[in-house]
Design a protein around this ligand. Structure first.
Ligand code: MG
Length: 157
């Protein structure tokens, strides 16, 4: 069994859709980023890459590369998982915490888990997504951005 940890944060900006866990979530702002800025997918990517000692999202998909401009982060997750499988490892489970003041993600977490698991060829029940606020504190509390933590385990295939 291998364990990896991932973290990501993105800033809210006007004029972009809010995409988290592959879902477009109704809100008046989106997240800034080179790709679709899906911080949930990005944290999970870093967790599975970390568990495989296979680098990180920035080394696989540098934001200086125009190929990843506006990229669908579920496609990046699939590509990262191929790197993991090439090292003889398979996804086992993940636990993800999204720290966001607004909007409430509760109604979306099941669809997010299903989408992320689908990209990994896994059952939705292998991915846990929990959302919480930062109790009004700091940049998250002020609604300036979102942060995500993820832990993932892999097994030898
Ligand atoms: Mg990111």
């Amino acid at each position: 069994m291998r364990v990896g940890i991932g973290y990501d944060s993105h800033k809210f900006v006007p004029g972009r859709p809010l995409i988290l866990g592959g879902q477009t979530i109704p809100f008046d702002k989106g997240l800034a980023g080179h790709s679709d800025a899906d911080a949930v997918a990005h944290a999970l990517i870093d967790a599975i890459l970390g568990a495989a000692a296979a680098g990180n999202i920035g080394s696989l998909f540098p934001d200086s590369d125009p190929r990843w401009q506006g990229a669908d982060s579920l496609a990046l997750l699939r590509a990262a998982y191929q790197e993991v499988r090439d090292r003889g490892l398979v996804f086992h489970q993940a636990d993800i915490t999204v720290i966001i003041e607004r909007p409430q993600l509760g109604p979306h977490t099941a669809a997010m888990a299903q989408a992320l698991a689908g990209a990994l060829g896994a059952e939705a029940g292998t991915i846990s997504i929990k959302a919480k606020t930062n109790e009004g504190m700091g940049f998250i509390g002020r609604g300036e951005g979102v942060a995500v933590m993820a832990v993932a385990t892999l097994e030898l295939s």
